[in-house]
Design a protein around this ligand. Structure first.
Ligand code: PLP
Length: 398
């Protein structure tokens, strides 16, 4: 038989899956395990949003829509971007798809020719590197250290740019680190991108989950020079607890939005009509229930960070957004725990699950081998118990 596509064969399975599979198996066996791997809010979608979906079905809004999304939803996106981020887009500059993930894919598709380089700051969200490869791009990983608050500096960015660089992916606030770029930091990055004429895919999916009164700044809000090079990604999954509804969007210069809409029309076709109706309401109605979820995340983050930094052998910096904490396990590398020498975060993750009965995500998949990611998109009760277990696990108790 003939060989499969080289590009498809090169796609790696998610590195987070091994632990997740083990976690699910242990749970199915009835073991008392707690998971901190969740990449989605534990809250249900607010009732009024669910009602809009139910109404859409009752009203027979169950047919194809324009491939780039309904005008109603695209206008609601524009209004929210204007109110929350201070950026002006026409609805024709918005393309809606089945979640933010396919939006990143289609944005890369619109920009990248085979062999083009794409700069990817690390630690990065696992899917980015595979998505870059899936379009034939060459990922150029630039490490941002914990001492740099996991944020890429303009100097490091400039040093990574070559004549083959087409774009960079910026995730702000970040999964997995939870860190957020200040206006000043973004301006410095934007200056490099404009001077070197590279595009930015700015994934701002966690922009609604920001803490300590921090001010989120959208890259596209910094001026026309950077806006015309920005493909802004966002969606309803995280801020509105709507991960299963599968609605995300790209906002881009009209020419690029058109290319993306063409691509979508021949690939995914229109996104789910019912989800679009619910998402339009989510974006245009009062944002009060969103604020309640945000406050709950902030409380959990505060507790997790404080406790973690009191535990001998591990530490973390305080994330400013999203719902993840990166726990530094550097001091444990080379040490023996439960009769095993820990080489990296994969070892730690496996042992912690086996003996501590807690699932966390090893940082190896994020290009951060000395860290593990905890999600606090879970109850305070679980968070307390998980950290109690961490203490006992590190003390060698079973
Ligand atoms: N971008 C980032 C940084 C994410 O963490 C995720 C989900 O984990 C997504 C995009 C995907 O969002 P969606 O569920 O809307 O496809």
């Amino acid at each position: 038989m003939k060989e499969l596509s080289k590009i498809a064969l090169a796609v790696e399975p998610s590195t987070t899956m091994a632990i997740d599979a083990m976690f699910k198996q242990m749970k199915a066996e009835g073991q008392n395990v707690i998971g901190f791997g969740a990449g989605e809010p534990d809250f249900p979608t607010p009732d009024y949003i669910k009602e809009a979906g139910i109404q859409a079905i009752r009203n027979n809004e169950t047919k194809y829509t324009p491939a780039a999304g309904t005008i109603e939803l695209r206008k609601a996106v524009c209004q929210r971007l204007k109110e929350d981020c201070g950026v002006d887009y026409e609805y024709t500059q918005i393309a809606v798809s089945n979640g933010a993930k396919p939006c990143v894919y289609v944005a890369l598709r619109a920009l990248v020719n085979p062999g083009d380089e794409v700069i990817l700051p690390a630690p990065y969200w696992v899917s980015y590197i595979e998505l870059i490869r899936m379009v034939g791009g060459v990922p150029v990983v630039v490490e941002a250290t914990e001492a740099e608050n996991f944020k890429i500096t303009p100097e490091k960015l400039a040093a990574a740019i070559t004549p083959k660089t087409k774009c960079m992916i910026l995730n702000n606030p970040s999964n997995p680190t939870g860190m957020m770029y200040s206006r000043q930091e973004l301006e410095a990055i934007s200056k490099v991108c404009v001077e070197q004429d590279i595009y930015v895919i700015s994934d701002e999916i966690y922009y609604g989950l920001v803490y300590d009164g921090g001010q989120f700044v959208s890259l596209a809000a910094l001026g026309e020079d950077i806006k015309e090079r920005t493909l802004l990604i966002n969606g309803v999954s995280k801020s509105y607890a709507m991960t299963g509804w599968r609605i995300g969007y790209v906002a881009a210069p009209a020419k690029i939005a058109k290319v993306i809409a063409n691509f979508l029309s021949h690939s995914t076709g229109s996104p789910c009509s019912i989800s679009q109706k619910a998402s339009a309401l989510a974006l245009s109605a009062s944002q009060d229930s969103i604020e309640e979820m945000r406050k709950a995340f902030e409380e959990r983050r505060n507790y997790m960070v404080e406790r973690m930094n009191q535990i001998e052998g591990v530490s973390c910096i305080k994330p400013e957004g999203a719902f993840y904490v990166m726990m530094n396990i550097e001091k444990l590398i080379g040490k023996e725990l439960h009769s095993t020498v820990i080489k990296d975060s994969d070892d730690f993750g496996n042992l912690f699950l086996k003996y501590g009965k807690v699932a966390v995500v090893p940082g190896t998949g994020f290009a951060a081998p000395n860290f593990v990611r905890w999600s606090y998109a879970t109850s305070m009760e679980n968070i307390k118990e998980g950290l109690d277990r961490l203490e006992r696990f590190l003390a060698g108790e079973t």
